[in-house]
Design a protein around this ligand. Structure first.
Ligand SMILES: CC[C@H](O)CC(=O)C(=O)O
Ligand SMILES: [Mn+2]
Length: 341
């Protein structure tokens, strides 16, 4: 009997979401080594871009050590069968960067917007389809909107030509029953594939991903050794082992994934990806995982506990692109504490 799982496509995000963890300092050699090993293990898609997507290398988001187009080109050269994917947040990246990435061989783009702002993705989805790329929608901070809103926004992306829409748990704040509810609603209301992208800030990324798969999500993200923002993403090699135990066969070599996790990705990881107080506060407060390093830096500069900054940002419902607010919040908290002292 055929095992289930053949319809599930895994996207490895350690070379894009992990860019946040290394403050966007990936070298070309690191990208080549990781891509070659993932390709050899049979990974379906490998995402390569600045952590904040194409065009993210700025003072606001952090400058990349190596131009992302060079990294995309290097990954394309190394990948014999894996497809190279890119991320694009309209407003940070433009159709110009999308065309450049396509020219360099990227075959898929995830067009990412805040969960309530899908309308800004139309032009980029349309351009990707024109370029012959796969174009998928990525609704970020999915925990922060009611399910009906998520469905409404996903339907917009579908109407623009997206071939799948992701429930993106940017803050690692969703719990398994909330993932189930969201994926089920999208499956019931869309005619395209549904995906899930998790973060492990509350230690439920694998459980959340399994819930998504059980509800019919077929586009699944993982990061080897959890190399992603905050406590990182669903750990790919762990997810693959669990899926195998559950009878899914996605055609990726588990032993090769374990080996590359140890020998190729391990040496790149700057600190430990275990859940520490900062990343736990992200999931608890429902804040963008990519805000962690910014909040830690601002905390040091203004003498404020980064958790207080994150909790305040969560209450203010600050969205991606508002990284400058992190400084404002830290400065205000510092003034407030000085007055109270
Ligand atoms: C700031 C972009 C972000 O890292 C995209 C993503 O992976 C997410 O929202 O989780
Ligand atoms: Mn992410």
């Amino acid at each position: 009997m055929n095992k289930p799982g053949k319809d599930i496509k895994i996207t490895e995000v350690c070379l894009r979401d992990g860019s946040h963890s290394v403050a966007h300092q990936f070298t070309e050699k690191q990208v080549r080594d990781v891509t070659r090993a993932l390709d050899d293990a049979g990974m379906h898609y490998i995402e390569v871009s600045h952590g904040d997507g194409l065009g993210g290398s700025t003072i606001q988001y952090g400058r990349s050590l190596v131009d992302e187009m060079k990294l995309i080109e290097a990954a394309v050269e190394e990948a014999k069968q894996s497809k190279i994917a890119v991320l694009l947040l309209p407003g940070i990246g433009t159709v110009h960067e999308l065309k450049e990435a396509s020219k360099r061989g990227a075959k898929l783009v995830r067009v990412a917007t805040h969960v309530t702002e899908a309308d800004v993705s139309a032009q980029h989805i349309d351009m990707a389809r024109e370029l012959g790329m796969e174009a998928l929608g990525f609704l970020m901070m999915a925990h922060s909107a009611p399910v009906e809103k998520l469905v409404e926004q996903a339907k917009l992306m579908e109407s623009y030509g997206a071939q799948a829409v992701y429930v993106t748990d940017s803050a690692g704040a969703l719990l398994p029953h909330e993932v189930r509810e969201r994926v089920r609603a999208l499956r019931e209301n869309l005619d395209i594939e549904v995906g899930f992208h998790g973060h492990n800030n509350l230690s439920v990324a694998v459980a959340n991903t399994l819930a998504a798969i059980e509800e019919g999500a077929t586009r699944i993200d993982g990061a080897v050794r959890c190399l992603g923002a905050g406590a990182g993403n669903t750990q790919t090699e762990v997810l693959l082992a669990v899926m195998d135990r559950m009878g899914y066969d996605v055609g990726i070599d588990l032993y090769k994934m374990m080996d590359l996790a140890e020998d190729v990705v391990g040496p790149i990881i700057p600190g430990s990806q275990e859940i520490r107080k900062g990343s736990l506060a992200l999931g608890y407060a429902g804040v963008y995982s990519s805000f962690l390093l910014h909040a830690e830096r601002a905390g040091k500069r203004f003498g404020i506990d980064p958790r207080d900054i994150l909790i305040e940002l969560g209450e203010m419902k600050v969205v991606g692109g508002q990284e400058d607010m992190i400084i404002d919040v830290a400065a205000n908290l510092s003034k407030k504490q000085a007055v109270e002292a």
